[in-house]
Design a protein around this ligand. Structure first.
Ligand code: ATP
Ligand code: MG
Length: 368
């Protein structure tokens, strides 16, 4: 699957324009604050109907406007055209003339993998961020997992509401039923997380060693529930019920699972240098893309935002050597970066200035 072109309207600072992206590699070159990341975000917005920067939908609309939209033409066996628009806060997704109501369906259409600054949170942020990363990795190829995750969260929310009602009002019959559902969905998540993280770790360790020379890095899955059957879990929940009623929340379960980077059995990331952590984040994405291809036989589209910028020349070279296979990749560069070195004959290079994208050859020959 590749993007043939994109038309944005009132999307952040981007000019309302139709941009051809008909190339395997597309470079966006420009000074700070010109709209390079915004263009990647527009493509991502089409892929998942959300922003990778954790922005609220409203922030995507150009200042002073009410609505925005992104329409992309696709080169794909099944799909041709996708439109995502926001109109006074309401999101509409139209795929080849058909309305899509569940964003989950989009996951199967455009498998975009984004490499961005915010990925550092997967390494340095709270445990929740690492859960988010692994849930996302699994959801890219396993819709049943995503469905179980949604159901688990729904039961968890209901359970917390009952627990919050306080020790006197919490209904034990209702809690018994919620405990059972929490255990069933939770166990399914745990089983998949366990297997997926084992495989992921086997991919990730050698990648990290190849780029940094540091061997023995693994990712450990530390489950909140040590129990192995639904019966054992509900019994455990039963024992802790009174305590949970007092605190008004669910204290255990997959929403408290941890994923830890280890080396020689000890936690690795907390003491790692900034560069080492940056590479942990970059290679998490690399392994995510590789795992996606292994599981689906398909290649993703990569959105690489400033990834080479923060690496020394040696790490750059090694990182490019382990790049996952892809159908199409979009890269952002600052003008002084040696992007010409990475450019191939058929690479499309755009100059980005105040939200407008112009083909580089045009800029060079003075036709801009
Ligand atoms: P850098 O090299 O610093 O990462 P960039 O080219 O990636 O720069 P972007 O993040 O794509 O820059 O663009 C940022 C610009 O977009 C800023 O000038 C910002 O003010 C502007 N911008 C962001 N959101 C909106 C919006 N909703 N409406 C108008 N302009 C916006
Ligand atoms: Mg940027």
């Amino acid at each position: 699957m590749t993007f043939l072109g994109a038309r944005t309207t009132n999307f952040r600072n981007l000019a309302d324009d139709e941009i051809s992206t008909q190339a395997k590699d597309v470079f966006l070159v420009g000074e700070n604050g010109q709209g390079k990341t915004n263009f990647l975000e527009a493509l991502y917005f089409c892929s998942y109907a959300s922003s990778f920067r954790g922005a609220r939908d409203g922030e995507l609309v150009k200042n002073g406007e009410k609505d925005c939209s992104v329409q992309v033409n696709l080169e794909d066996v099944f799909y041709n055209k996708l439109l995502v628009k926001l109109e006074t806060g309401k999101k509409t997704i139209v795929l080849d003339g058909k309305n899509i109501t569940d964003r989950k369906e989009l996951l199967q259409v455009i498998p975009c993998i984004v490499f961005c600054h915010e990925d550092m949170e997967f390494v340095s942020g709270p445990p929740e961020e690492r859960r988010r990363f692994f849930d996302q990795t699994q959801s890219l190829y396993d819709p049943v997992y995503l469905e179980d995750l949604r159901k688990y969260r729904k039961v968890l929310k209901a359970r917390n509401t009952v627990l919050k009602a306080g020790s006197f009002h919490a209904d034990n019959g209702v809690l018994d039923s919620l405990d059972l559902q929490l255990a069933e969905y939770g166990l399914r998540l745990m089983e998949k997380r366990e297997e997926a993280v084992r495989h992921f770790s086997e991919l990730f360790g050698p990648l990290y060693e190849k780029v940094t020379g540091i061997d023995g890095i693994a990712i450990k899955y530390a489950q909140s529930w040590k129990q192995e059957t639904v019966g054992e879990i509900t019994a455990f929940l039963g024992e802790r019920r009174e305590q949970e009623k007092v605190l008004g929340m669910s204290l255990s379960g997959p929403h408290r699972d941890r994923f830890v980077f280890t080396r020689g059995g000890a936690e690795f990331s907390a003491k790692a240098s900034t560069g080492q952590r940056r590479l942990l984040a970059l290679l998490l994405r690399t392994a995510q893309a590789r795992r996606f291809s292994l599981m689906t036989g398909k290649k993703p589209v990569l959105l690489l935002d400033d990834v080479l910028l923060e690496l020394d020349p040696e790490k750059r070279r090694k990182f490019l050597e382990v790049m996952p296979e892809y159908d199409q990749a979009f890269y952002t560069f600052l003008p002084e970066e040696p992007y010409e070195r990475y450019r191939r004959e058929d690479t499309l290079v755009y100059h980005v200035l105040r939200g407008a994208l112009r083909p580089m050859s045009q800029v060079r020959s003075g036709n801009s």
